[in-house]
Each structure stands twice: as structure tokens, then as C-alpha cells.
Design a protein around this ligand. Structure first.
Ligand SMILES: NC(=O)c1ccc[n+]([C@@H]2O[C@H](COP(=O)([O-])OP(=O)(O)OC[C@H]3O[C@@H](n4cnc5c(N)ncnc54)[C@H](O)[C@@H]3O)[C@@H](O)[C@H]2O)c1
Length: 270
């Protein structure tokens, strides 16, 4: 019988989250801080990021902010160093930052394809590489860590008009499994999560993109199409995702690695 604490409590854990100034990343930061973690919020949106840490601190949470463009390796080195300086460790990385560009394939430029892959795939590679270096170093106690990569249902099934986004999110899924296989012996857990449409700026854009592709632009029709194809009958909330991120960050998930957690109200099951 292991002596590990298997609760969802995150007291004593240090977490770095990318794209944490708004949307899913912000909700994850708030929830994980409330669960006791020290959270380094990072984003390219500095004003929103600073506001976010103020509101977490007002509620008694431990949080700091560092500007981080996930495509920039130097930014990653600085953000990891800032996390180690502020909180003396790194236990959890949430690779959340992402962009979505939906277009009929024949209209997608190579620049758009590369931008989507630079942020959604290369950003995850850089973050995972630098976070694991910190997690396995003797300075960090060498006790391992948890890496949680935001993929999407679009990383599991093909969606017309979303080929570039599907390719990027599919890459995140298999990258996560390969890294889980490579670093399991060092107690590094790596999992991907796969939200359906979640109510954020990106989620609204995705609904509009579906509406443009299928209905000539009517947002309500796009929304109803998604809801009607979702067994639970609604669009997801950021809290639906943040709860599962808390689970994967916690010791309750200590035997879970290389898996994919689908949070989509069942849309990919039908
Ligand atoms: N909302 C959805 O419907 C949905 C569904 C499935 C997966 N996802 C994934 O969840 C993650 C979060 O999505 P969201 O809905 O909160 O999106 P969002 O657009 O609301 O927020 C994304 C955040 O990422 C940041 N970001 C963008 N480019 C960056 C860069 N180069 N470096 C650092 N930060 C950058 C933005 O500033 C923003 O704060 C993304 O990876 C997205 O692909 C979202």
C-alpha cells in the first residue's frame, strides 16, 4: 500500500500554466490555486495576466505572472527560472496556450498552417522539454511531475474545415503518449485532454467557423448543430475542463499516464 496522498488537494505543488490570462487556462489557474497549488500564470497578454494574479491573491491563493510566448525558447527558459525562483520547484505543467484557424483546406496558406503548428505543437514541445529538465533535476528533489497537454476532440476525429487544427491537436495527442513512455521511469506523467466546444473566445470562434462552413454564417444554427449532436445537450464550461486538469495534476491520478481524457459531453462518441 503506497503512502502517497491520493486526494485532489494540491497543497505544496507548483504549477505552470500557459495561456492563463483568459479562458480555460485562467479557470485552471484559479481552480488549482484554490486547491492549494502555487501557480505561475503565463501568457502573451500581460495586462490580463496581472489582473488574474491579483484576483487569485485577493482570495488567498499563491500566484505569480510571467510573460511567455510559447513559441520562444528563451521565454520558456526565463519562465521556468522565474517559477523555480518564486516557488522553489515545478511539479505540474499545463500546456494550454493555443490558437484555432479554421478554413477550407484549399484556402489555407502555409503561413497559417505554420503559425498554428508553431503555437499548438512546437510550444508544447518546448514547454515539455524545459519543464521535464527542471522536474527531474536533483535541485527539484527529482520526484517527477505531471504534464497536461490541451489537445481537443479535433485531435481525435476529423472535422471538415479544421484540417490544420486537427493535425496540430492530433500531434499533441501522440507526442504526449511518446513522452509518457520515455519518462515514466522518472515518475513523469504525461496526459492529453480533449475538450469539445467550450464557452470561451476560442469556443465562440469555433461555433462561428462551423456556422460559416455549414450554414453560411448563422451563429445560432452553428450552436444548435453542435448542441444537437452532443449527448449531454450543451456547450462545455471552462470549469468542466479545469476540474479534470485538477484531477490529472493531483496525486489521485498517480497511476495515470499516456492516456487521453475526453471532456466533450459525448460528441465524439456518436
Ligand atoms: N474553447 C474550446 O472550445 C476548446 C476546445 C478544445 C480545445 N481547446 C484548447 O484549449 C486551449 C485553451 O483554449 P481557450 O478556449 O481557453 O482559448 P482562448 O483563445 O480563450 O485562450 C487562449 C490563450 O492562449 C494565449 N496564447 C495564444 N497564443 C499564445 C502564445 N504564442 N504564447 C502564449 N500564450 C498564447 C492567448 O493569449 C489566450 O490567453 C487551447 O489549446 C485550445 O486549442 C479549446
Amino acid at each position: 500500500m503506497t503512502k502517497q496522498n491520493r486526494s485532489f488537494n494540491l497543497e505544496g505543488k507548483v504549477v505552470l500554466i500557459t495561456g492563463a490570462a483568459r479562458g480555460i487556462g485562467l479557470d485552471c489557474a484559479q481552480r488549482l490555486a484554490l486547491a492549494g497549488a502555487s501557480v505561475m500564470l503565463t501568457d502573451v497578454l500581460e495586462d490580463l495576466g496581472e489582473n488574474a494574479i491579483s484576483s487569485i491573491r485577493e482570495k488567498g491563493g499563491k500566484a505569480a505572472f510571467c510573460k511567455l510566448d510559447v513559441t520562444c525558447e528563451e521565454d520558456w527558459q526565463k519562465a521556468i527560472a522565474a517559477t523555480l525562483n518564486s516557488f522553489a520547484g515545478l511539479d505540474v505543467l499545463v500546456n494550454n496556450a493555443g490558437i484555432e484557424i479554421a478554413k477550407p483546406l484549399l484556402q489555407m496558406s502555409i503561413e497559417e498552417w505554420r503559425r498554428m503548428h508553431a503555437i499548438n505543437v512546437e510550444g508544447v514541445f518546448l514547454g515539455t522539454k524545459h519543464a521535464i529538465s527542471a522536474m527531474i533535476s536533483d535541485d527539484n528533489g527529482g520526484h517527477g511531475g505531471s504534464i497536461i497537454n490541451l489537445s481537443s476532440v479535433a485531435g481525435l476525429v476529423g472535422v471538415p474545415g479544421f484540417a490544420g487544427y486537427c493535425a496540430a491537436k492530433g500531434a499533441v495527442r501522440l507526442f504526449s503518449k511518446a513522452v509518457a513512455a520515455e519518462f515514466g521511469s522518472m515518475n513523469i506523467r504525461v496526459n492529453s485532454i480533449h475538450p469539445g466546444v467550450i464557452k470561451t473566445e476560442m469556443g465562440d470562434k469555433a461555433i462561428q467557423d462551423v456556422a460559416n462552413i455549414v450554414f453560411g454564417g448563422d451563429f445560432e444554427q452553428g450552436l444548435n448543430l453542435i448542441k444537437n449532436n452532443t449527448p449531454l445537450g450543451r456547450i462545455g464550461e471552462t470549469a468542466d475542463v479545469a476540474a479534470m486538469v485538477q484531477f490529472l495534476a493531483s496525486d489521485a491520478a498517480c497511476y495515470i499516464t499516456g492516456t487521453e481524457l475526453v471532456i466533450d459531453g459525448g460528441i465524439s462518441a456518436v
